[in-house]
Write a protein that binds this ligand. Structure first.
Ligand code: ATP
Ligand code: MG
Ligand code: MG
Length: 349
């Protein structure tokens, strides 16, 4: 049978591997860290660094197509891999989403709205940015941030020193604070044939920069729902994208503002595991393997709740509740702020 190569061995890689297995594929995970969640369910695991050219070549030669579960894959590794096997989604999606400024330039170039933003490479830049954007604002490192890491909020102009220090010299972007009523995301897919399918938008609640819950249906008017889907389709088309993407949006009276895009399956799409006959993981495997996209229509209301750190203590009680599907990632160590699993609370309509 065919082998799918997945860069990254976290929970997203794990759930992609399970979906791939159901479609008859085997998976080869490439993950530098030992004992990774995806390694437990995949056929093959390579624990080597992204600077190990021989390991990268052996990995690529063993698979038919390469995908990934995180966007911060070093360019040098991609340069090697792409000469050997197709990488889906493609390089352009990674180039754009690896850097918050390149991403915002790309989005505004498509005519989409983002937060006002300014590049920051010094405390002077930050002062100048605050002078035009104002406070409150958020300073974020351009690269490698996730779960709200690498961010500092500025509530007043005199906080530039502390905020810039928190970036530890990394190239950063200052974003105006968007006064949103709520946050939603669109999990969108594009097939090899260019067809696009979107899951119903979900409404997201974050705490301390980390996603806590996603609820479907989201509070959106029919016009907002259409906007959300159309803008996601525009992004996918512009990148000639193949696979599933998460598009995070702020809902404001002035329209939908794009927060960020993630070129992969997305935490806010986990509800699809219980809300649709084809979930985001199968949809991604279908897309990258050249299958037709599946039917992602939502057939129930769902609330997805992340199990973070000590939330794991709630699992025995959750296991006794009706209509709760539990998904655990098999991580060896519980840590504060670490995503250990999630549940989907299903309301059948
Ligand atoms: P992820 O884990 O989603 O990749 P991240 O570290 O890239 O997270 P962001 O999505 O940029 O972080 O920000 C996390 C959350 O912080 C957002 O979902 C939103 O709630 C809040 N936030 C970020 N930027 C802004 C902004 N410009 N205005 C208002 N709120 C913001
Ligand atoms: Mg992000
Ligand atoms: Mg985000």
């Amino acid at each position: 049978g065919s082998m799918i190569g997945i860069l990254g061995g976290g929970q997203l890689g794990r759930m992609l591997s399970v979906a791939a297995a159901r479609l008859g594929y085997r998976c080869h995970i490439y993950e530098p860290g030992a004992g990774a969640p995806a390694g437990h369910v995949a056929e093959r695991v390579t624990t080597a660094g992204y600077d190990n050219e021989a390991a990268l070549r052996t990995f690529a030669e063993s698979v038919d197509v390469i995908t990934y579960e995180f966007e911060n894959i070093p360019t040098s590794a991609l340069d090697i891999l792409e000469t050997l096997k197709p990488i889906r989604p493609g390089r352009e999606a990674l180039r754009v989403s690896q850097d918050r400024i390149i991403e915002k330039d790309f989005l505004t170039g498509l005519g989409l709205q983002t937060a006002p933003y300014a590049p920051v490479n010094s405390e002077n830049d930050l002062r100048a940015g605050i002078a035009t954007i104002g406070t409150p604002a958020i300073l974020k490192t351009c690269r490698f941030g996730y779960d709200g890491k690498g961010q500092a909020r500025l509530d007043a102009p005199d906080e530039t020193g502390a905020a810039w220090a928190a970036m530890a010299g990394a190239p950063s972007v200052l974003e105006g604070f968007v006064d949103f009523s709520h946050e939603v995301s669109v999990i969108a897919a594009r097939g090899l044939d260019g067809s696009v399918a979107c899951f119903d938008p979900g409404e997201n609640v974050h705490r301390e920069g980390i996603l806590r819950t996603t609820t479907v249906p989201a509070r959106l008017t029919p016009a907002q729902r259409t906007d959300a889907v159309l803008l996601a389709a525009k992004i996918l088309g512009a990148l000639d994208y193949v696979g599933v993407m998460g598009v995070e949006l702020f809902v404001t009276p002035g329209g939908l503002i794009v927060n960020e895009i993630a070129p992969r399956v997305h935490n806010s799409g986990h509800w699809t595991q219980q809300g649709c006959s084809i979930d985001q993981f199968e949809q991604h495997i279908r897309a990258i393997a050249g299958w037709p996209l599946g039917d992602g229509e939502r057939y129930s209301d769902v609330v997805m709740e992340n199990l973070i750190g000590d939330d794991m203590d709630k699992v025995p009680a959750l296991a006794t509740e009706p209509n709760v599907a539990i998904h655990l990632y098999g991580k060896a160590e519980v840590k504060t702020g670490r995503k250990m699993g999630h549940i989907n609370r299903v309301k059948r309509g």
